[in-house]
Design a protein around this ligand. Structure first.
Ligand code: PHE
Length: 467
């Protein structure tokens, strides 16, 4: 273990922090509209296939890389450098490869945050608007209210900076007192609010149109539509798996690097996947979609990115006690986004701390400044252009939030499957693990099926970007 590195305080704290890392805006903001946009039941088939072929194997790989790399510094970079140097090739190759991967991951994480923290700001702002009745006035459409929100710096930029400030503050306190402490409060709250909203969603009846009901909304998601399956829905599903499980970002490795050398990996990684999927398909899928369907029919659930911020506020103002339920919804989004952003923020601080010897307190505010600088173009676009097109945000989400995660994922399985090799990998991943990974799983999945599936995915998605 590298000197002076913190460890997780408790097993529960670790699992909640890892769940907090994975459960994010991806589960509540992105999943419902991706599923709705890509055919509902047609999306769920490739979604579960991608979970098994990509999500679970890469999750094990990342936990293993992280705990292993923790001995030499931090997650991905530490692991890659070490694998290359001491065990295979010369130190120079190692340093170059390690730095390249490091730079790629640093850029991916920073750029994702250019828009991710923005949306966290919106969720905080909308929690406030819910409590103060800010979107209840029916004279204006919720679409107009949202556009006004993102075009008014006094609202959008203020809440964004408050959210960033809270993140910076949490992270000056380190792993146990910062990350773990916030996860222990926010994650259970998220589940409790989620359950309240599911009960509310499923008991709405048919207030607007006898053909629109919560169960019909659920049916849209859960009945398989084989004939609507397409490459596009398969790509969207795979991208969503990477995004929601926080894969290909170095952040799972970063959290796993605070494990002790023989802490369990397989069971804990499986628990993280399970908690995330529960929060995604059960909580994420059974709140927004049934609520929007009950009041607005198919138009409501197909409203894309605006589902959370435009369609749902429109529903909240139609239903009794909507202000309270609205506040619950946006607080769920805020807690989810915040505990994921903490993970990304901590990874960047760890890089500064461990590679450049910058103390955590200083690093924390340097990253704050970095986030402001790279986030400003996204924040100012609607203010300056007076449009609501959010071109920067959409492009970043397409390229960085989906495409580059997959590229990093491929590098990772390649390093573990082909460079690290079966014997060391199995020894590393199984040490201290309650469940063990078999040699067949390693040789079939990690060496072949997972990387080939990613490669096919990259070829098809590159083609669809070029077209
Ligand atoms: N997994 C988290 C989420 O679902 C965090 C994350 C965001 C991971 C962006 C990758 C990219 O929101």
């Amino acid at each position: 273990m590298a000197e002076g590195r913190e460890n997780w305080g408790t097993k529960l704290g670790l699992i909640l922090a890892m769940a907090g890392n994975a459960i994010g805006l991806g589960n509540f903001w992105r999943f419902p509209y991706q599923a709705a946009k890509n055919g509902g039941g047609a999306f769920m088939i490739p979604y579960f296939a991608a979970l098994i072929i990509l999500g679970i194997p890469i999750m094990y790989v990342e936990w293993m890389q992280g705990r292993y790399g923790g001995k030499y510094g931090h997650g991905t970079v530490g692991c890659m450098v070490y694998l290359q140097s001491k065990e295979r090739t010369s130190h120079t190759t190692a340093a170059i490869l390690g730095s390249l991967v490091g730079m790629l991951v640093f850029s991916v994480v920073s750029l994702v945050n250019a828009y991710y923290t923005q949306i966290i700001g919106w969720t905080l702002g909308y929690s406030y608007l819910s409590l103060t009745g800010g979107y209840m006035d029916k004279a204006k459409s919720t679409g107009e209210i949202f556009v006004n929100y993102i075009q008014t710096p006094g609202l959008s930029i203020t809440f964004w900076v408050i959210a960033l400030f809270l993140l910076g503050l949490a992270l000056t306190r380190g792993v146990q007192k910062g990350i773990e402490a916030w996860a222990k409060v926010m994650m259970p709250s998220l589940y409790v609010l989620g359950f309240i909203l599911i009960i509310r969603a499923l008991t709405l009846g048919t207030p607007v149109n006898p053909d629109w009901s919560p169960l019909k909304g659920l049916d849209y998601l859960w009945s398989p539509h084989w004939n609507e399956l397409s490459w596009q829905s398969a790509l969207a599903a795979a991208g969503q798996i990477f995004f929601t499980l926080s894969l290909g970002m170095g952040i799972i490795q970063n959290y796993a690097s605070y494990l002790k050398p023989d802490d369990d990996i397989v069971l804990s990684a499986t628990a993280t996947v399970f908690l995330n999927e529960f929060a995604e398909v059960i909580l994420g899928g059974s709140i927004a979609i049934p609520i929007a369907y009950t009041f607005l029919g198919t138009d409501g659930i197909k409203s894309g990115v605006g589902l959370s911020f435009i369609a749902l506020p429109n529903v909240f103002r139609m239903m009794p006690a909507g202000q309270i339920f609205g506040a619950f919804w946006f607080l769920i989004l805020f807690f989810a986004g915040f505990t994921s952003a903490i993970a990304m923020y901590n990874y960047l601080i760890a890089l500064l701390e461990e590679d450049l010897n910058i103390p955590r307190r200083v690093g924390s505010w340097l990253i704050f400044a970095l986030y402001i600088i790279i986030g400003l173009p996204v924040a100012l676009e609607p203010v300056l252009t007076k449009t609501a097109e959010l071109v920067f945000l959409t492009e970043l989400d397409n390229w960085v939030g989906s495409y580059f995660l997959v590229v990093v994922g491929l590098l990772e399985v390649f390093v573990v499957g082909w460079l690290f090799g079966e014997k060391k990998s199995l020894e590393e991943v199984n040490r201290g693990s309650y469940w063990k990974i078999s040699s067949a799983f390693f040789n079939i999945m990690i060496k072949w099926v997972t990387p080939l599936a990613i490669a096919i995915l990259l070829v098809f998605s590159t083609r669809s970007y070029i077209k």
